[in-house]
Design a protein around this ligand. Structure first.
Ligand code: 6PG
Length: 233
């Protein structure tokens, strides 16, 4: 297990989005160019929108060969303003004309959340090719929050959780799904995340305290504000 991610620091959120979009686009081209479909796990929250918009504006990505999954979803209808699927649809899936057969939505609005989680786990690939993750100032990622029993879940790949970030009920992938991904890409900007970025990358490893550390072997795209707590080389 490598103990430090690859870190790409850009001056501001816009250039971070440019760099991340270019990296993701090339990764998709490389996977499809090797003759197979690409599975892409979409991050939720607000940060990915700018990256998705840039990806949708590129004209040389073989989108027909990409299948879209989610790292987590809020337990709201898919057209709710809080829905991660709504954000991804608006900024990427609709603009690129993704077919319904390519989109594997977490049905987190279902009343039986345990069954919805089990159904989603059954369709997740064993290893997601490109897993995009955001992180909160508290070190959470997807809907895996610090000091939460979900961190210790190693058998189930998708579970319902109640988290401190509204809306409270969510479905989330678990740590084994992050660890099994072929490539993990972390997207984070803002000074409010600087302390936790430094803690995650330079502090002792403890997923129950800093869940985003599960993404340490990945590539982290940061703006200067989010990277400001890191030791200068
Ligand atoms: C969610 C996300 C969550 C998000 C972080 C960062 O559904 O809320 O999966 O993990 O990535 O909270 O959110 P921002 O990108 O809005 O800062």
């Amino acid at each position: 297990m490598t103990d430090r991610p690859s870190i790409v620091i850009q001056p501001d959120p816009s250039s971070l989005a440019d760099a991340a979009a270019r990296h993701i686009a090339q990764a998709i081209r490389d996977i499809v160019g090797a003759g197979r479909r690409c599975s892409m796990g979409l991050a939720g929250g607000g940060t990915p929108r700018a990256i998705f918009e840039r990806l949708a504006a590129m004209d040389d990505i073989p989108w027909a060969e990409v299948d879209f999954y989610y790292g987590d979803e809020r337990c709201v209808p898919p057209d709710d303003p809080d829905s991660n699927h709504r954000m991804a649809s608006e900024s990427l899936l609709t603009p690129i004309g993704a077919a319904p057969s390519q989109i594997f939505r977490m049905e987190a609005e279902r009343e039986d959340r345990d069954q919805a989680a089990a159904d989603y786990a059954a369709l997740l690939p064993d290893s997601i090719d490109l897993l995009l993750l955001g992180m909160g100032p508290d070190g959470h990622t997807a809907s895996l929050f610090p000091d939460h029993e979900a961190i210790g879940e190693r058998a189930l790949r998708v579970i319902p959780v109640i988290g401190p970030k509204p809306p409270p009920w969510r479905l989330t992938i678990t740590i084994p799904v992050i660890e099994a991904a072929a490539e993990v890409i972390v997207l984070a900007h803002g000074a409010n995340k600087a302390e936790m970025v430094a803690r995650a990358i330079e502090g002792t490893r403890d997923l129950s305290v800093v869940p985003i550390q599960a993404a340490i072997p990945g590539t982290w795209f940061l703006d200067e504000a989010a990277a400001s707590g890191l030791k200068k080389d």
